[in-house]
Design a protein around this ligand. Sequence first.
Ligand code: BTN
Length: 328
Amino acid sequence: MHKLSFPILEALSDGQFHSGEQLAQRFNVSRATVFNAIQSAEAAGVRIYSVRGKGYQLPQAITLLSLEGLTTAGLSPTLVSMIEIHPVLDSTNQFLREQLTGVGQNRIIACNLQTAGRGRRGRQWQAQLGESLTFSIGWQFQCGAAELSGLSLSVGAALIRGLHRLGFSQTALKWPNDIVINTPQGYDKLAGILIELQGDMEGPSQAIIGIGLNLNLSKQTRVNIDQPVTDLASLQTQNTVDPNTVLTHLLHALLDTLQGYESNGFAADKEFWLKNNAFSNQSLKLILSNGSQVTGTLHDISEDGALVLNTEAGIKSFHAGEISLRTS
Ligand code: BTN
């Protein structure tokens, strides 16, 4: 993106019209430069209204992530020292992946606009400016990647704890680690987790824990997502969601979990996970990577994060991998 695009988007974040002339004066550049910066933001997928005689306007007022906002929201000094907020990144997971070389520090990368977000199973993750929270935590473990099989479930449990503290008590877990809201038709997805592991099977290892959470999706974004979705704004009465407050609560919960994970593993979160599972007593359908299907009801979750189902053929365990889970 043009180097002036993000400062202009910050100026437009109040949701008001700003004329090209006013923006040019504010940033001490020509109107042509403002025009180029706006075009470059649009090319990165940002929707900007342009009205002759009035200027430029975002579809809605938005609150951006900032260190100041996080500090005001009460983010702990330890976390403030670990976090970097970028205006625009392709993918926070990819950024961390390029930066993590061997054993290093634990880090948190968040961005206001993620242009090429990645989801599980090779999918894209849609995130528009002001509509979603996108961040990744790079975490160092002494243990090997083999011992981290339950990590994604513990991360899901931590997100639910953070969301409950924010007052979103209806949020639930869908194995292995989606955050969903139950609906009469099934469920709507609120957040997703993508964990990528690097390092030695025996240790040490590094996890890149990427989280995308829908805050306030526009109609257009919803149309582009090929599954039922929801956002925090739809789950509460006042329609504004401050990303700084949400991220602060989620990070406090996540750091508690990550700090304890190496000694306790998923076992520490198992009971909480089962209690907050979206599909107790429902008939479930697993679609395996070879296309075959298994139906059953939830029997248990094993301490290494496998789904244990009661099926017609008895009790069977399934590991996440390429399996997808539906209600049937
Ligand atoms: C899923 O498919 O459910 C996982 C989605 C994970 C999306 C997040 S957004 C921040 C981080 N960066 C990425 O490119 N992906 C993850």
